[in-house]
Design a protein around this ligand. Sequence first.
Ligand code: AMP
Ligand code: ZN
Length: 113
Amino acid sequence: MDNCLFCKIAAGQIPSKIVYQDDDVVVFEDINPQAPQHVLIIPRRHITSVSDLRAADGPVLASIFMAAQKVASDLNLERGYRLVSNIGPDAGQAVFHLHFHLLGGRKLGWPPG
Ligand code: AMP
Ligand code: ZN
């Protein structure tokens, strides 16, 4: 999609610190980390948010969660980590390309803000 920041990151048109990628997903470091480890997992294909997912998107969701599992293992997050997706204004979604935050490396508070 034109003018989508994360589509451009997925296409390599905007630089990012990529920690994992395959045919379906890209995982890169968040530019404003909220934990010692904070990466974003995105599908290469533009999807606006969880609200726009269809049942047919099941395979790309599987790829996202398998990438999360692999990256969490590579980052030695055996003590735990959190996956979060912000959807819409009340949740503070700022980039309208589906992404899951993977946060870890410290004790994470609950409930989140
Ligand atoms: P959200 O509020 O869930 O939409 O989160 C968007 C996230 O994207 C924020 O955590 C930002 O720090 C992050 N972000 C914005 N621009 C970039 C960028 N160019 N590279 C990496 N992360 C970014
Ligand atoms: Zn996009």
